[in-house]
Write a protein that binds this ligand. Structure first.
Ligand SMILES: Nc1ncnc2c1ncn2[C@@H]1O[C@H](COP(=O)(O)OP(=O)(O)OP(=O)(O)O)[C@@H](O)[C@H]1O
Length: 251
């Protein structure tokens, strides 16, 4: 359904003083299967967000191709900081309904759909008439997910969406994503630096390092049996807590 073929994103950084070229993503090739959770892990700066942004069309590759077999609106993205995509002066029901109204649905039907989706992502009923500042971080991520669901996505790209949340709230959001994968029949590209959370969550995992995919396969195979020293170091770093952001000094 989604296939990436030799996808690269290089920045020349010529306009910056002392700017050096960066190979944010370099010749990445993989396919995403229908109805799978695919985790993308790697240390900070390894290129995960750049790759995600190219997949949803927010950035153009400098080389290679990305092909998506479904309608364009069936790829949706949820970001780490939900506040950036929410108008603080709008009620939650209007925030969830916005994509429907933009795509010419009648307001009444859009609000009814927003209410159904709020229930689907297990938000309390009274939240619809509140404003974003009156919601918790976990609730805001549920709101962002509900809004993404208005477009009946076949692929949800989730970029560090639980990174700012407490572990117990993170676990609840991951549980929600698992149930949505089954109920909606969608795939999820899940970007995280918390590797310890993905073992019983992701079907497959890709490990990024300096813009390239260093390992890719079934989650347990990659995390437990990979011969890649970098992947092993990432695992050790998260198990023994010496660097929560990843392999750090292992460049
Ligand atoms: N617009 C840009 N211009 C120049 N360089 C950029 C730009 N965006 C990202 N980069 C560089 O590309 C590399 C990959 O960045 P990216 O944000 O994709 O990594 P990441 O793995 O998502 O990191 P993090 O986990 O910290 O979000 C980094 O070296 C970054 O500095």
């Amino acid at each position: 359904m989604l296939s990436l073929n030799q996808v690269s994103k290089h920045y020349d950084n010529k306009k910056q003083r002392h700017g050096k070229p960066v190979r944010a993503v370099h010749e990445v090739t993989f396919e995403l299967r229908p109805n799978e959770i695919f985790a993308l892990i790697g240390e900070s700066g390894s290129g995960k967000s750049t790759l995600a942004e190219m997949i949803v069309g927010l950035q153009k590759p400098t080389a290679g191709s990305i092909s998506w077999s479904e309608r364009p609106s069936s790829v949706q993205m949820v970001f780490q900081n939900p506040d950036r995509s929410m108008n603080p002066y709008w009620k939650i029901k209007d925030i969830i309904a916005e994509p429907l109204i933009l795509s010419k649905h009648k307001k009444k039907a859009a609000l009814e759909q927003a209410s159904r989706l709020a229930e689907k992502v297990k938000l309390p009923r009274d939240i619809l008439d509140r404003y974003p500042t009156e919601c918790s971080g976990g609730q805001k991520q549920r709101i962002a997910i509900a809004r993404a669901l208005t477009m009946s996505p076949k692929l949800l790209v989730a970029d560090e969406i639980t990174s700012a949340l407490d572990p117990s709230i993170e676990a609840e959001i991951m549980q929600l994503l698992l149930s949505l994968k089954h109920a909606e029949g969608m795939s999820i590209l899940y970007i995280t630096h918390r590797i310890e959370t993905i073992t019983s969550f992701a079907d497959r995992v890709a490990v990024m390092r300096n813009g390239v995919i260093e390992a890719l396969g079934m989650t347990n195979d990659v995390l437990l049996h990979s011969t890649s020293a970098y992947t092993q170091a990432l695992m050790n770093a998260c198990l023994y807590g010496d660097d929560k952001r990843g392999a750090g000094s292992l460049a």
